[in-house]
Design a protein around this ligand. Structure first.
Ligand code: Z16
Length: 803
């Protein structure tokens, strides 16, 4: 948008007096932040209503991204950037003596997600608006986001994240758009006057779903889409007979949108979680149908105007809920309703980890959602009947929805969708060949790949302004909306000046991060050291332990020979563990104890440090990623569906140290073997071990002296404070088979770590690799990913055409 500094300053002053009756000199950061937020809302409001108007006028097909999680991160700077007024506002505020970077920290980081899946949804809505795709987000307005992590004596402690405490400046409550969601009760079918069976309900518990809308502002265009998050409230009543039971009921209802479940790739079969899933699914679909009806088109044509995306199985009840509405409210017959539903729905699978697969006891669904239960059973019956004529009965049994008293949500999502996609090439191949092979035999054409992506606006333009400036000076700014243009940087691969500048920028970012660590953790880190970063949820398959064992090997190397020629390293960890995931919490404690041991050892001064940041999340990622030299992507091959921090770190010039897992494979394809450090078992080797059962981790302990010593350190008192954890982790690796092949991959990992140690000493060579990584990262923009969803899955329009 066009905005002069003078106009902005006038607007800002005016808004401050109007809202707070304050002069700038009397105002504090909080008032200034809310003033700026409100001003941005007013700047984008015209485009917001115009966007919606145009969707209606042109009867545009719209996509709705249903996701339990949207891990947005702070929105102030992002909105300023997308509106094209970041510099104007920064300068204007400066004239008032206000520091934008300080104001930014006033905004709470809305952590409405666990990790990759939620952050992907946030990158997608940014990219959809930027690519002018008519698509919106639909989710839950959790009162409490993902818990705040504290370390107490090295142990993770969880505290509530009350992000709404001071209000959310970006949202608008839309009371007129509220809908009712029914739970429990009895349902029966009765013939109406026309002889049609209609459902009747009694004793239901009704919940009012109230939407809160936020603007999703496109970058450098006039598209403003909507993120609609639902809040659960008690329906208005004018006949309250028992006050206390009313209060009780209100609390019960409000608990539905109270808190995000803190499990990443792990399923918790709680009733409240099932309520959450149905709540936002039912509210979202009712609201979509309400909107559709304004166009006065027949319900048979719904799929021409509406696409609904099921992000992982959490919203899989979309399938029976749309069926319910089409059958019961719109009086469609089953076959037409089913045809419409399958054409509307599409589903993304995000993991092959079996513990993540949602299975709900059919009895639980029957009591909570009696009508949905009937519909699921009918879908299952028809599926089984039809497939029995086409496939062997064992395959049909394996693919049924209702089995062993449980509803398999992935099966429901696959059967009820026209598209099923994985999130990286390797992941999609594994789905087709292994995990979902039965379904691939039944529905080969449903399966497709959409490799994940990241929003280069947040992860480069905002997080790393010095790098953005350098790129702009070298190749202009075409890449901001056509990210593969970053390829042009390759022309500078042998340009010493550019490589030196790149090194300087990395150094600056490392110094900034070191300063932050000094301030927040009172820890000094050597900025000449290699900053080696592993930031992701704590999960055994991601193998933070492999990283830690290698750190211990360096520790012993230096202790044995204080003069050892080792390039100094700072190992940076950021990770939250699910509160119920005991093993992951033990690993956190162990890392913290090793950090204490190493960080306090004067002999290791400047050579080895461990920084385990508390409360890792989007805001911290924005500080860490630009300062990273090495990107640790070391999951056991086949287990990480895609990974997305791998892409963010690459885009910021870190060198990837990786197994050939998830999107790492595609990163390798982009940059070539010389510019990435690959190690470890390949996916087929892992599966081979599964088949022949020939992996015996104890042999690695017994026959590898280096490993032997490291593992002994876990149980012989070398690491003070983590005796119990050390024993338990030792046992998991040596005694109980080492499920994720940590010991098997150790040597190969240590070997590439040593290569990194040597490579880093040649700054030009290192920066040449960094540059090739930055140049090759454009393809991993979520702009391309959503453009492919738009054209290949949703059939909705988009500005830029896919590659
Ligand atoms: C999640 O973050 C992911 C998978 C899942 O089943 C549940 C959650 Cl909360 C992650 C994958 O682990 C990761 O590999 C992938 O990059 C990310 O989803 C986005 O697809």
């Amino acid at each position: 948008m066009d905005l002069s500094k003078r106009k902005f300053k006038e607007d800002f002053k005016k808004m401050l007096t109007e809202v707070y009756s304050m002069d700038i000199s009397e105002s504090e950061s909080t008032e200034q932040f809310f003033t700026l937020g409100n001003l941005l809302r007013s700047y984008s409001s015209k485009n917001w209503s115009r966007t919606n108007q145009q969707y209606i006028e042109k009867q545009k097909k719209q996509a709705y991204y249903f996701s339990m999680e949207f891990l947005l991160g702070r929105m102030l700077k992002s909105n300023l950037l997308n509106l094209g007024i970041l510099d104007t506002v920064r300068n204007g505020l400066q004239d008032f003596g206000i520091d934008l970077e300080q104001l930014i920290t006033i905004e709470p980081d809305p952590g409405l997600g666990n990790g990759g899946l939620g952050r992907l949804a946030a990158c997608f809505i940014d990219s959809m608006a930027t690519s002018e795709i008519p698509a919106h987000g639909n989710g839950i307005r959790f009162k409490y986001g993902l818990f705040k992590q504290k370390f107490v004596n090295g142990y993770q402690v969880e505290l509530p994240e009350n992000w709404l405490q001071n209000g959310n400046v970006w949202e608008t409550r839309k009371m007129h758009a509220a809908v009712t969601v029914r739970f429990y009760g009895k349902v029966w079918l009765e013939q109406n006057a026309a002889g049609v069976l209609e459902p009747h309900y009694s004793d239901t518990q009704d919940v009012l779903a109230v939407p809160y809308d936020s603007a999703v502002i496109g970058y450098d265009n006039s598209t403003v889409n909507t993120l609609r998050l639902w809040s659960a409230e008690i329906p208005p009543k004018d006949d309250i007979t028992d006050y206390w039971s009313y209060i009780h009921q209100r609390n019960q209802i409000e608990s539905i949108s109270e808190v995000l479940y803190p499990d990443d790739s792990n399923y918790e079969g709680r009733l409240l979680r099932l309520k959450q899933e149905y709540f936002f699914v039912s509210a979202g679909i009712q609201s979509i149908l309400r909107h559709y009806k304004k166009m006065h088109l027949h319900m048979n044509h719904l799929a021409e105007k509406v696409a609904i995306h099921i992000n992982d199985t959490h919203p899989a009840l979309c399938v029976p809920e749309l069926m319910r509405l089409l059958l019961d409210e719109e009086h469609m017959d089953w076959d037409h309703a089913w045809n419409v539903t399958v054409n509307v729905m599409s589903y993304t699978n995000h993991t092959i980890m079996s513990e993540a697969l949602e299975k709900w006891p059919i009895d639980m669904i029957r009591s909570l959602l009696p009508r949905i239960d009937q519909i699921i059973c009918e879908i299952d019956r028809r599926f089984t009947m039809k497939m029995s004529t086409l496939f062997e009965s064992a395959l049909v049994e394996r693919t049924r929805i209702v089995e062993g008293g449980n509803v398999k949500m992935a099966h429901l999502a696959i059967i009820g969708s026209h598209s099923v996609n994985g999130v990286a090439q390797l992941h999609t191949t594994i789905l087709k060949e292994k995990v979902l092979h039965d379904f691939f035999l039944i529905y080969p054409s449903k399966f497709n790949n959409k490799t994940n992506g990241i929003a280069q606006r947040r992860w480069l333009m905002l997080a790393n302004e010095p790098l953005r400036d350098l790129i702009q000076r070298k190749i202009g700014n075409e890449w901001e909306t056509t990210p593969t243009e970053l390829n042009m940087l390759k022309a500078f691969r042998d340009d010493k000046d550019t490589l030196h500048e790149l090194a300087q920028i990395k150094q600056l970012n490392k110094e900034r991060f070191a300063e932050y660590i000094k301030q927040t953790m009172n820890l000094e880190i050597n900025t000449d050291a290699i900053f080696d970063v592993q930031i992701k949820r704590l999960h055994a398959y991601k193998r933070q332990l492999l990283n830690l064992l290698h750190i211990l090997s360096l520790y012993f190397k230096i202790k044995d020979d204080p003069q050892a020629d080792i390039q100094p390293r700072v190992f940076i960890f950021g990770a939250k563990a699910a509160p119920s995931y005991t093993y992951a919490k033990q690993i956190i404690k162990l890392i913290n104890s090793v950090a204490d041991l190493i960080n306090q050892d004067r002999e290791l001064e400047n050579k080895l440090k461990i920084v385990f940041v508390e409360n890792y999340g989007v805001s911290l990622a924005e500080k860490i990623i630009p300062a990273a030299d090495v990107s640790e992507q070391i999951s056991l091959a086949s287990k990480e569906a895609s990974g997305t921090s791998n892409m963010k770190l690459m885009l910021n010039g870190a060198i990837t140290l990786a197994t050939l897992d998830g999107a790492n494979v595609e990163i390798r394809d982009r940059v070539g073997d010389q510019n990435i450090m690959i190690f470890g078992l390949r996916e087929n080797e892992v599966y081979q071990y599964y088949r022949d059962g020939s992996y015996h981790s104890r042999n690695y302990y017994e026959r590898n002296p280096v490993l032997h010593r490291i593992l002994d350190a876990l149980i012989d008192g070398t690491i003070p404070g983590a005796e119990a954890e050390g024993h338990s982790i030792f046992d998991s690796l040596v005694q109980y088979g080492d499920e994720y092949f940590v010991l098997r991959d150790f040597d190969s990992y240590a070997a590439v770590q040593e290569r990194i140690d040597h490579l880093y000493r040649d700054t030009l060579k290192w920066q040449r690799m960094a540059l090739i990584n930055i140049a090759g990262a454009g393809i991993f923009s979520s702009d391309y990913t959503v453009q492919q969803y738009a054209s290949q899955i949703w059939d909705v329009s988009s500005k830029v055409h896919p590659l």
